[in-house]
Design a protein around this ligand. Structure first.
Ligand SMILES: Cc1ncc(C[n+]2csc(CCOP(=O)(O)OP(=O)(O)O)c2C)c(N)n1
Ligand SMILES: [Mg+2]
Length: 576
């Protein structure tokens, strides 16, 4: 066999079923090995950046590694965004790129770029395979590193000569990592001393709350958090990344907190709490509203699988290193004898939290009834909530979609069903990522929400969606501008609009050109019927929704809503 055959075999041994990628001259042996092997579904993409986003979203939905495969030079350069997003969001992603043949190093060869340096800062681990004999060992390491501990992205560069080299292996060499390639398999647990300290703190608390971050999804701790909340009556708020940690219709669900997609109401739950148990969240400026949510100095216990993000922006009373699922199992056992006592003590607090949350829902329902010139985004997101099933996956971009999805739309089931690139917030994610999500879970309905700025960055892969043919609802929120940025200029730069407005394009007709059925929805009156039409289609479809622009209808960004009614001179822009 040649090196390429060994790499393909190692992918199969690790359970890889789908690979997203783009071909190139240096990857021809590799592609031929895929073709001869014929066991992996290779999805051709129209751009490596989009391919990397597809693999990222695939991994988020699958709960296991996503694989992206790209050629040397431009291909390796173009795949960086998705690799970096996955790495910073702790998503297991494996990027394989071919490289120039090693004898061409330092000769000014076409497509030469130092891939090891390029990928080092955006991966958990990366390497170049310099000996074909090492393929099994390094591929096992790639899967182990991507999925183990705190997951992340890995990159392997494979020179063309290694791909083409004849190589033989002893029986058993080409086997998968013993390490299971799925999330939720990490087993480090809290030490008894920490559990006892936490038990004692919770026993003295009156108003406890959990902040659940993406760590709940990474350790697959949905059942455990539901049991914990339900047995001890502890409300659960989430970060944007942790959205769906608990079913959002659960009586214990607070909803999303923070600056973008949080609300005065949900943030006030944290402000009123006397003990906050943070599970797998970085607690950055967005989640904590620049620490504002902790102004009343609650006890903060922060649990994470690794130390890097413990005690960073916010001083923590007790940092704990543990996998979240095992932490919850152990804490639940430790607290079990006090179940009745705690529930009684937290009764008034739960009543208070429910009052706050129902006030939020009433406010949103009222907001959704408002009629403007075009479509009211609040109404759109409430209708999506109403019409979607419990398995629907929502993928959203920065701009208008992120705060509305996070704040307004409640997920009907626990799980990572809202997918947002919250590490970099890059535009152009949601369109390809929805394709990756659909490939990972063909039985789920998938809705992709993006602004027209994002659409312009990602449109080419509508062809991939069409070719795959599975139903995905693509929703373009049309406002002829980089509306989010324009809103910042409105609120903080005296409405001096600069470099934010586009000329108007017909995004629907463009989607039509790719072969997607499409509709334009320009008013609230057309919304329900248009969405019903889209939900009924059996192919990918495109809705071009003309929305009331964010400069006129301020999106649910807490600080913006406050500053809208603050005199211009006294406003201070949000810092990340
Ligand atoms: C790749 C990338 N470039 C720039 C930005 C900065 N940015 C954040 S929101 C935004 C405007 C988004 O415009 P659009 O997609 O049309 O959505 P809208 O805000 O109009 O709803 C920009 C440019 C970004 N997030 N990602
Ligand atoms: Mg826009």
């Amino acid at each position: 066999m040649i090196g390429s055959d060994a790499v393909v075999e190692m992918l199969i041994r690790h359970g890889v079923k789908d690979v997203f990628g783009v071909p190139g001259d240096t990857s021809m042996n590799f592609h031929d090995a895929f073709a001869r092997n014929n066991k992996i579904n290779y999805i051709i993409c129209r751009d490596e950046r989009n391919a990397s986003y597809m693999a990222d979203a695939y991994a988020r939905v699958k709960g296991g590694p996503g694989v992206v495969e790209v050629p040397s030079g431009g291909g390796a350069l173009y795949a960086v965004p998705g690799v970096s997003e996955a790495n910073e969001s702790f998503i297991p992603l494996i990027c394989l790129s071919s490289d120039i043949t090693m004898s061409s190093d330092d000769t000014g060869a076409l497509t030469d770029v130092s891939q090891e340096y390029l990928y080092k800062p955006v991966t958990k681990w990366n390497c170049k395979i310099r000996q074909a004999e090492k393929i099994p060992q390094l591929m096992r390491k790639a899967f182990r590193m991507a999925t183990g501990g705190r997951p992340g992205a890995v990159h392997i560069s494979i020179p063309e000569n290694i791909h083409g080299q004849e190589v033989s292996f002893a029986p058993g060499d080409l086997s998968g990592a013993d390490f299971a390639c799925a999330l939720g398999t990490t087993r480090n647990r809290p030490v008894p001393e920490d559990l006892e300290a936490i038990r004692s703190m919770i026993s003295k608390a009156n108003r406890p709350v959990v902040i659940a971050g993406g760590g709940i999804h990474l350790s697959a701790a949905w059942k455990e958090i539901e049991e914990f909340a339900g047995r001890f009556d502890v409300p659960v708020a989430t970060s944007v990344n942790g959205k769906g940690s608990i079913r959002e219709f659960s009586p214990f669900a607070v909803g999303v907190i923070g600056a973008n997609g949080g609300s005065e109401e949900t943030n006030s739950v944290i402000k009123e709490a006397d003990l906050v148990l943070v599970l797998g969240s970085k607690l950055n400026n967005v989640t904590t509203m620049g620490r504002e949510i902790f102004n009343n100095k609650p006890i903060i216990i922060q649990v994470d699988v690794r130390e890097d993000h413990l005690d960073n922006l916010v001083r923590i009373s007790l940092p704990v290193i543990s996998d979240i699922r095992w932490f919850l199992k152990d804490l639940t056992s430790v607290l079990a004898p006090q179940e009745r006592e705690l529930r009684t003590r937290f009764e008034a607090w739960n009543r208070r939290v429910r009052e706050i949350i129902s006030a939020k829902r009433e406010r949103i329902a009222k907001e959704a009834r408002r009629n403007g010139k075009f479509v009211n985004p609040a109404r759109l997101f409430l209708m999506l909530e109403e019409m979607s099933g419990e398995d629907t996956i929502f993928v959203a971009d920065a701009g208008t979609p992120t705060p509305y999805l996070s704040s307004h739309l409640r997920l009907k089931k626990a799980g990572r069903q809202s997918i947002l690139p919250r590490s970099h917030g890059s535009l152009g994610y949601a369109l390809p990522a929805a394709i990756g999500a659909k490939v990972a879970s063909p039985q789920s309905a998938v809705i992709s929400l993006f602004g027209d700025g994002s659409f312009g960055m990602a449109v080419g892969d509508l062809e991939t969606a069409k070719r795959i043919g599975q139903p995905v609802i693509f929703i373009n929120l049309h406002n002829d501008s980089y509306g989010w940025i324009k809103t910042i200029q409105k609120l903080y730069y005296e409405e001096r609009y600069f470099a934010v407005d586009f000329s108007s394009i017909d995004a629907g007709a463009i989607a039509g050109g790719f072969g997607l059925p499409w509709r334009k929805i320009a008013s609230n009156a057309e919304l329900e019927e248009g969405l019903q039409w889209a939900f009924a289609q059996k192919t990918p479809v495109f809705l071009n929704i003309i929305i009331d622009p964010p400069t006129e209808v301020i999106p649910p960004v807490v600080k913006w809503l406050r500053d809208e009614s603050t005199p211009a001179g006294q406003r201070k822009k949000l810092t990340y």
